[in-house]
Structures are given as C-alpha cells and as structure tokens.
Design a protein around this ligand. Structure first.
Ligand code: NAI
Length: 308
C-alpha cells in the first residue's frame, strides 16, 4: 500500500517515520512545498533502515503530486503550527487555503483516497475538506481525539501510577483547549471505574491538565508537539491499511448522531479500510450532553468563518 504524508514538518515527518519503522505501508511519499525539505527528511529516514531493520520505502518530493498517484491514504499536516499563547483557532485563514488546495491535488491523482486531516483548527479543516472535495464522508477523518485521548490516559496513569495501556479512556468533542471533553466518568482501569479510585479534585485535575495538554507543551517547547501527534496519526493509518477496525475518537461528519448534524466533531468511530466505518453510540449524562452541545456550538462558529 502507498501512503502520502503532506507536510514534512515536525508532525508530518514523525508520522512518516512511525509508518516506515513499523512497516505499516510498503511505500510512503513525503511531500512539502519547501524546496528539498521533504527529499532531505526522506533520505535521512531511509538511512535508518539498515539500523532499525524495516523494508518500507520513503521518497520525498517538492510539491509534485504526480508522485502521490495511487495512494490509499494521505495524512495532511501542511500548514502553520501554533506558537506559545496562540489558540488552534487562530490558524484558520492560512491553513484553510492550504488544506483546500492540498485536498484537490490529492484527489486528482488518487480518486479513491482516504484522507486524514491533522492541520488545525482540525475539526474545521475536516469539515472544509469534506465540503470542498465532495468525497464520501467515510473517507475524510480528522485526527485530534486520538491524541487528546492518549494525553488523557497519560494524565490518569500519572495519578494512578498505572500503565497507559491498561487504561480505557476517551476524549470527545472538538479538538480545542476549551472544546474537548475528557470523559472521566467513563474512564476505566482494566474494568474498574477511575472515578471510584480518585477524589473529585484529582479527577478535575486530570480533566484540566488534559484540556491544556497541547498548550502546556507549546509553552515548554516553543512550538506545538509532534511525537504523540505523529504516533496518533500513524496508529490511525495502520488501522486503515491493515483493516484493523480499531476504535478511535476522530472528527467525522455527523448527520444526527450524538444529536448533531452538518458538523465534523470528535466521536468514537471504528476505523478500517473503508475509512471510518461506523460511529459507536455512547450514552452520555445530561452534563456531558450539555458540554458536547457547547463544544459543537464553538466548532460551528469556527466553520462559519470559512464562509465569511
Ligand atoms: P511545521 O511548521 O513543522 O510543518 C508544516 C509543514 O507544512 C512545513 O514543512 C511547511 O513547509 C509545509 N507546508 C506549508 N504549506 C504547504 C503546502 N501548501 N503544501 C505542502 N506543504 C506545506 O508544523 P507542524 O508542527 O508539523 O504542524 C503541522 C500542523 O498540524 C499545524 O497546523 C498544527 O497546528 C497541526 N497539529 C495538529 C495536531 C492534531 O492533533 N490535529 C497536533 C499537532 C499539530
């Protein structure tokens, strides 16, 4: 299978690196607009094959979409990241133009492609990609909830001194500091409810730290994070390419599910070789529904900017 990663910056390169190291796809095309940038990163990564022992091939190209022809999956990471003090929403103008053009070019060369959107503000970019491409809704997937859920598990693991892999916990809603909803009442450690093991204050602290997880890293590093975002995108690509049917929170187009429509919002979905195959229903409390409504309102407002 062939996978294209657009944007050879921090997140794109890390995504590609994870894909080739784990032989998820036989062929990876890394594309960037900056001359020579993707070529250089791809060569550097290729030179790790002898050391790490993988067979995947990676080729870097400068804005040459003909090289992406026949891709089964593309991950779009092109755009600008946020700087300390910026919200994801402030990136909208620049990234909307980039994402729209990139999607058009990808679809032209790979009409059956499944597209994973990473560029921020991700829910709005996912909505834009769907509306501008006219692709079936199942083939446009926004990556954000998978990362936020991994960060949520990290915070719970820190409090319980537990392995993140033993935790079951998801974040739904928009992929923004104030729009994401870490579902602490649903979180379990093996089959024990986390809420039975931690005080209210400890639970509130986990939720708060998860919501500012990205911003915390941005202020520490000076730009937004890439290791966990790249790992999250690669895990979703793997579920598509290997038809694993894994459950992720992903931003997908809703048509009444969870009480919302005409919006891309983070909900639990099964991901396989069809893209997102189906939305997994959950029973939410009245408080959680209220939070989801507020989150959807904020994302809708952001989507409105696209038509202003
Ligand atoms: P970066 O600045 O390191 O890389 C972006 C790359 O995109 C650059 O190499 C740039 O040359 C390239 N680019 C710009 N316009 C392009 C175009 N038209 N065609 C092809 N390439 C183009 O940024 P980073 O840190 O990799 O972040 C990328 C995006 O991902 C940002 O919008 C960031 O906010 C977002 N992000 C989203 C996450 C999520 O969970 N959804 C998590 C982390 C970052």
């Amino acid at each position: 299978m062939k996978v294209t990663v657009v944007g050879a910056g921090a997140v794109g390169a890390t995504t590609a690196d994870n894909i080739i190291r784990r032989n998820i796809a036989e062929e990876v095309i890394l594309l960037d607009i900056k001359k020579g940038f993707a070529e250089g990163k791809a060569q550097d990564m290729s030179q790790t094959a002898a050391l790490l022992g993988f067979e995947s091939k990676i080729t870097g190209v400068t804005n040459d979409y003909s090289a992406t022809a026949g891709s089964s999956v593309a991950v779009i990471t092109s755009g600008i990241p946020r700087k300390p003090g910026m919200t994801r929403e402030e990136l909208i103008g620049t990234n909307a133009n980039i994402v729209k053009t990139v999607v058009e070019n990808l679809v032209k060369h790979s009409p059956d492609i499944i597209i994973l959107i990473v560029s921020n503000p991700m829910d709005t970019m996912t909505y834009l990609a769907l509306k501008s491409s006219g692709l079936p809704k199942n083939r446009i997937i926004g990556m954000g909830g998978a990362l936020d859920s991994a960060r949520f598990k990290y915070q719970i693991g820190q409090k319980l001194n537990a392995a993140a892999t033993d935790l079951n916990a998801i974040v739904i809603g928009g992929h923004g500091d104030t729009t994401m909803i870490p579902l602490i009442q649903h979180a379990t450690w093996n089959s024990v409810r986390v809420s039975e093991l931690l005080s209210d204050d400890e639970q509130a602290d986990i939720v708060q730290k998860t919501m500012v997880g990205g911003a915390t890293l941005t202020s520490l590093i000076g730009t937004s994070a890439w290791y966990a975002p790249g790992a999250a995108a690669a895990a979703m690509v793997e579920s598509i390419v290997r038809n694993q049917g894994k459950l992720f929170t992903a931003s997908v187009y809703l048509e009444g599910e969870f009480g919302h429509e005409d919006i891309a919002l983070g909900v639990p979905v099964i991901i396989n070789n069809k893209g997102w195959d189906r939305i997994v229903p959950m029973s939410l409390s009245e408080d959680e529904k209220e939070l989801l409504n507020k989150s959807a309102d904020a994302v809708r407002k952001m989507n409105q900017v696209l038509s202003d």
